[in-house]
Design a protein around this ligand. Structure first.
Ligand code: PHE
Length: 449
């Protein structure tokens, strides 16, 4: 058994699910669901995940397994991408740019977990605690260093004993924790109104904005368009059922997003009488600690919640790290060990710049965005859709859909073959172009989604 392959299908499924389930599920999904009419958003999201999301997951994984090339650069080259060759580089650039800022946020999560663990969580509810913490000079750097060191150590152990083992242990725990917290928050008085809002389908919310928001969330949440699935697909055994694995990954990612909505929307409803759930960092680092304080046993729930978020962030960061290892090995013609050192320096260094973007480097900004927001914008709104478009074009015009279908069929029947062929040919690229344009326009406040 090779050290740098997954040892089992379950290992592959858990590792990719670990990549998919992350901060996006916990701080972005509930916010979007609350904004776009609860049940309506859920239905649109699930429908799109099973179609467009499925198509891209299968495409990227099949490319990885077909070529056996862990880095998208190599995979594109092996498939004679010709003019699309730059797509391999775009797919490679995304995880390189995301890893440092994702790790900086991972450090914030670790800090909050630490505060709950040491019983100092009452400090977290002070009105400016979060903004003062991220703007402080030392602590964010320290927690970034701890977070990155944990990733580094896991990567040192290789794919099977590091990435796979971590996911096999942490993912089941994560699911249990999510069920526990969402079950508990449902018992909060007043939570029922939130549940009703979250689950009821409101026809007036079936709009283009809802579809665009759901599509964008699917790409981010399933870690599509950044070569990660090419890397993990290349570690997959030809015997392992590809279609079933992808189905299970979709179920897990959607389940955790659903449960995150279940734990957050009713709790915030009960806490603030139906006020809007805020997006992003302010939800997780400002609103939720306040909500937990108002609950019985809130200190325990807070502790468990931040542990869950930490696991989710860690498994995603490790998947980014692993994808980057393949890329650095390829570009610098080096070995895994040296690539790991380089990436540790890169993540620490650029992550530190991100952290200092709220302190000494706060003068660096673009259209009002901090360094973190700039990196997030460039990766998620431009490179990620572009990378995915290149992969779709590569399949349709160069590799040919037949070859991808044949790769899937090596390990099983392809039950969703017809719909896959249709979607990859006619729907995936236009959907991606719509997301890209909408996100760019939304960032510059020309439209709102
Ligand atoms: N899919 C992750 C989430 O939902 C985000 C992520 C993006 C993780 C890119 C790794 C790489 O949070």
């Amino acid at each position: 058994m090779e050290k740098n392959k997954f040892s089992s299908r379950l290992g592959f499924v858990m590792a990719v699910a670990g990549s998919a389930v992350g901060l996006g599920n916990i701080w972005r999904f509930p916010y979007l669901a609350a904004k776009y009419g609860g049940g309506t958003f859920l239905v649109v999201y699930i429908a799109l995940a099973l179609t467009v999301g499925f198509t891209l997951l299968v495409s990227e994984t099949a490319i990885g397994r077909l070529t056996g090339a862990p880095s998208p650069i190599k995979a594109y080259r092996q498939l004679n991408a010709g003019e699309l060759k730059f797509g391999g580089y775009i797919n490679a650039l995304v995880p390189i740019l995301i890893l440092p800022y994702y790790s900086a946020i991972g450090g914030w999560v670790l800090k909050y977990f630490y505060e709950y663990l040491t019983g100092n969580h009452q400090n977290l509810v002070a009105p400016d605690y979060f903004s003062e913490f991220i703007a402080s000079p030392i602590q964010p750097l320290l927690f970034l260093l701890v977070f990155t060191s944990i990733c580094y150590l896991i990567i040192t152990r290789g794919v099977k004993d590091g990435v796979e083992k971590m996911s096999l242990i942490l993912m089941p725990i994560l699911i249990v924790l999510a069920i526990f917290i969402s079950g508990y928050t449902l018992t909060t008085p007043g939570a029922f109104e939130g549940v009703k809002y979250y689950l009821s389908i409101k026809p007036e919310y079936f709009t283009i904005s809802t579809v665009v928001a759901a599509l964008g969330q699917i790409f981010y949440s399933l870690s599509i368009g950044m070569g990660i699935l090419i890397t993990f697909g290349s570690y997959m055994d030809k015997k392992d059922n590809l279609e079933a694995s992808i189905g299970q990954i979709e179920i897990m990612d959607t389940l955790i997003a659903f449960l995150a909505g279940m734990m957050i929307i009713p709790a915030v409803f009960a806490f603030s009488n139906g006020a809007n759930v805020a997006a992003g960092p302010s939800l997780m680092f400002i609103t939720l600690p306040q909500v937990f304080t108002s609950m019985a046993y809130g200190n325990i729930i807070g502790l468990v919640f931040f542990l869950l978020v930490f696991f989710a962030a860690l498994t995603s960061a490790v998947s980014l790290y692993e994808a980057n290892i393949a890329i650095v090995e390829e570009v610098f013609k080096t070995n895994r060990k040296k690539a790991n050192h380089l990436l540790f320096g890169w993540t620490g260094g650029i992550g530190a710049l991100v952290a200092l973007g709220f302190n000494k480097l706060s003068f660096v900004s673009l259209a009002g965005m901090s360094i973190l927001d700039i990196l997030d914008f460039v990766t998620n709104s431009i490179f990620m859709p572009l990378g995915a478009i290149c992969t779709v074009l590569l399949i349709v015009f160069v590799v040919k859909v037949d070859k991808i279908v044949a790769e899937v069929k090596i390990s099983s029947k392809f039950r969703r073959e017809k719909i896959y062929r249709f979607l990859v040919r006619y729907i995936a690229a236009p959907a991606l172009i719509i997301i890209m344009i909408s996100f760019i326009l939304a960032t510059f406040n020309i439209i709102s989604i």
